[in-house]
Ligand binder design. Structure first.
Ligand code: ZN
Length: 472
């Protein structure tokens, strides 16, 4: 019986965001909960499902923690998770580690959390191989490459293949352990930073680059091919794009294909762009308000919590409340939404009353303003989604606003349904997001990308990175 140890953590850490991501932001699974609980993570599940169905393997589930992307992770929490990871191993020496990791989690004083964990594993179990399933936006360090036998990344953005990537990593581990294949990994790094919303895989050039990866994987002896794009909203020296190819015992072939991929990427770097019409916020909002179809989505892309922004930038709310208030009053507008635990607390006891509410700008003090809005807290939901956030629906003369008590993403209509919102009847829906999720794409009559300021500014030139990167 071969023992497969599964565990790790999943977080994308935005170093431009001052929030320290801590225990209350994470959901932590231990032992069997890693693959039996309903709200587990699909890449961990993909790995577990693979070995669950195969004879001759025993899964050793360790600890797995995930949180919505945010600022860097608390050092104390990370050290605790890491200690628990090894504690759960006990005296067992597994045959392999197959780890679902993001690849761009950062911890104060430590830097790359994945590098730190992988190095710690390698020091304690120098002979035990490690295979990782990673997010497409993983930041690949030399330490990671030195510690692991293989890594494989998502091939879709928006990310819909996390489970499949987990299965792929598990298959690589299986080949190594049971089929006697020798995993041979080669990587080429490129000094490019790609704005997150330019990496949609339905659009050119990612569509062609992903097709090249899939084609490579059909070649004789090629076991995996990935393009890990790095994470543009972290100021780290290891950032950038990495092409990785894994072959069965053919180092030259792996090297050649990794170079080919890197070359192909370089040849297409001038083609990266946004799929939606992208403008400064006031222009995007004006265009959306003038549309005759509905609902029109406007992404407040500079403050996208699913890419680690603060989620409390109030600049779009300010525009709707002031410059655009006349246009708004004849339309139905939904703003989804803003992260403001204090505002939620204030509204909870005032449902149905007219109040003045200070909103946003606690963490994003650079691009937010002191803003007070007047309106009525209409509805309260005590626990929404896997992170159990409280929700408030706040009605002003110009728009309806969703306020959350937790730093969560605005990614699906389930939140609108929880608040009994007739979202299809909205003229304009402003979301703190970049490219639209499949859920929103399905209902959006039109989409504008507002190039707002914040910790996930899509105009990378407006952010200061200390490394020598080409921003494409
Ligand atoms: Zn990603």
């Amino acid at each position: 019986m071969k023992i497969v140890a599964i565990g790790g953590f999943f977080h994308e850490s935005n170093t431009f965001n001052p929030i320290i991501t801590s225990r209350e932001d994470f959901i932590i699974f231990e032992g069997e909960a890693l693959y039996t609980k309903g709200d587990k993570y699909p890449s961990a599940q993909g790995i577990a499902d693979y070995f669950w169905e195969r004879e001759g393997y025993r899964i050793l589930p360790l600890v797995f923690a995930r949180a919505v992307p945010n600022g860097e992770v608390s050092l104390a929490l990370y050290l605790e998770l890491k200690a628990r990871f090894f504690e759960l191993l006990g005296d067992v020496i597994p045959d392999i580690f197959v780890l679902p990791l993001h690849g761009s989690m950062r911890v104060g004083k430590i830097g790359s959390a994945e590098s730190d964990l992988l190095l710690a594993i390698k020091r304690r179990y120098p002979k035990v191989p490690i295979v990782c399933a990673l997010d497409m936006h993983a930041t690949i360090t030399n330490t990671m490459l030195e510690c692991v036998e293989a890594l494989v990344g998502y091939k879709t953005a928006p990310h819909t293949d996390a489970w499949e990537t987990g299965q792929h990593a598990a298959r690589l581990a299986d080949m190594l352990l049971s089929e006697g294949k020798k995993l041979c990994m080669k990587a080429v790094k490129l000094p490019y930073l790609i704005a997150g919303e330019k990496s949609e895989t339905e659009c050119s050039p990612m569509r062609e680059l992903i097709a090249a990866l899939r084609h490579l994987e059909t070649e004789e002896g090629v076991l995996a091919a990935s393009l890990l794009l790095g994470f543009p909203w972290a100021d780290t020296p290891d950032n950038g794009v990495t092409a990785v190819v894994i072959t069965d015992n053919a180092p030259d072939k792996a090297e050649l294909y990794a170079r080919d991929l890197a070359q192909l990427f370089t040849s297409k770097k001038g083609d990266f762009g946004f799929s939606a019409e992208a403008d400064e916020p006031l222009i995007s909002l004006r265009k959306a308000l003038a549309e005759s179809v509905k609902p029109v989505f406007v992404s407040d892309s500079g403050d996208n919590p699913t890419a680690g922004s603060t989620g409390d930038n109030n600049s779009m709310i300010a525009l709707l409340s002031h410059e655009l208030k006349e246009e708004c009053r004849t339309l139905k507008i939904l703003v989804a939404g803003i992260y403001d635990p204090r505002a939620v607390e204030r509204c909870k006891g005032q449902i149905g009353s007219v109040i003045e509410l200070k909103i946003g700008g606690t963490y994003d003090t650079k691009y937010s303003q002191d803003l007070v809005i007047k309106g009525v807290p209409l509805r309260y939901v005590p626990a929404f989604g896997v992170y159990s956030s409280e929700l408030i629906l706040f009605q002003t003369a110009e728009f309806e606003l969703i306020i959350t008590s937790k730093h969560i993403g605005f990614t699906g209509v389930d939140m609108f349904e929880a608040l009994a919102l007739n979202y299809l009847n909205m003229d304009v829906i402003v979301v703190k997001l970049g490219y639209l999720t499949p859920d929103f794409l399905e209902i959006a009559a039109k989409h504008y990308l507002a190039l707002s300021r914040g910790c996930t500014d899509e105009v990378l030139e407006r952010l200061k990175h200390s490394g020598d990167f080409e921003k494409v």
